[in-house]
Design a protein around this ligand. Sequence first.
Ligand SMILES: Nc1ncnc2c1ncn2[C@@H]1O[C@H](COP(=O)(O)OP(=O)(O)OP(=O)(O)O)[C@@H](O)[C@H]1O
Ligand SMILES: [Mg+2]
Length: 258
Amino acid sequence: MTTSNMPAISFDRVSLSIANRKIIDDVSFEVSKGEFVCVVGPSGCGKTTLLRMVIGLAQPNDGEVRRFGQPVTGPVRDVAVVFQDYGRALLPWRTAAGNVALALEAAGTPKAERADTIASLLEKVGLRGHGDKYPGQLSGGMQQRVQIARCLAQQPGILLMDEPFGALDAMTRQTLQDEIAEIVAGTGTTVMFVTHDIDEAIYLGDRVVQLDANPGRVAEISDVSLARPRDQISSREAPEFLRLRHVLFAHIERSAHP
Ligand SMILES: Nc1ncnc2c1ncn2[C@@H]1O[C@H](COP(=O)(O)OP(=O)(O)OP(=O)(O)O)[C@@H](O)[C@H]1O
Ligand SMILES: [Mg+2]
């Protein structure tokens, strides 16, 4: 296999202990290039830790994490991360446009091209006309859009998202779910999307990896055979959606009352 048809992300029998406590136990799964994989599990089961391993901020004690077949050694420009805490992810003294510009500056995009690129990215995330506002002047949903635009400016092959919509109201959350699905569709971007919301995971994912806690381990991996583009009403009423919901919630019930 050449590098390009290797899985974008591989967890290969990964375990991690911190201070003699097992955090991650023998986790194996892969994310194919262009696939949208959601990871769900209770608080503390190691979701963020798995993302940190993909960028090399946490190292397994056993097993290996690979990107496109290569063992992870550290962060690279090809991987972008959208954090849950948008308040701290943005620089408050830079405007929305200025925050997006950061990624372009880092990529060495010529100054003359930056303004057009920023305008089209802000437009893509629904922030046309808001480029000159500071994060403190934007709502939570708008700040999260800025963070997403900044990640897209990186043109990442792999997009990692850590409960990116967790702090938003239900309507904003649904809008952003549809936006992110539309933005990555057809771009070949690989997405690993962490959430504790089972419905969100089914709605967005090509597959859902369900984790158990203490220690974090894979409980089930489910294929989501819902047609795309998805629709907030009809997809959520589809028998396949309800079937998966049943499977995933039943597992939580079983692990809560073994
Ligand atoms: N640097 C660290 N030192 C000690 N314990 C840690 C460290 N990082 C993570 N842990 C522990 O590892 C476990 C997994 O943490 P992690 O943040 O990955 O969970 P999570 O699934 O992302 O939780 P949440 O849904 O609350 O964000 C937790 O029990 C946490 O306390
Ligand atoms: Mg977390």
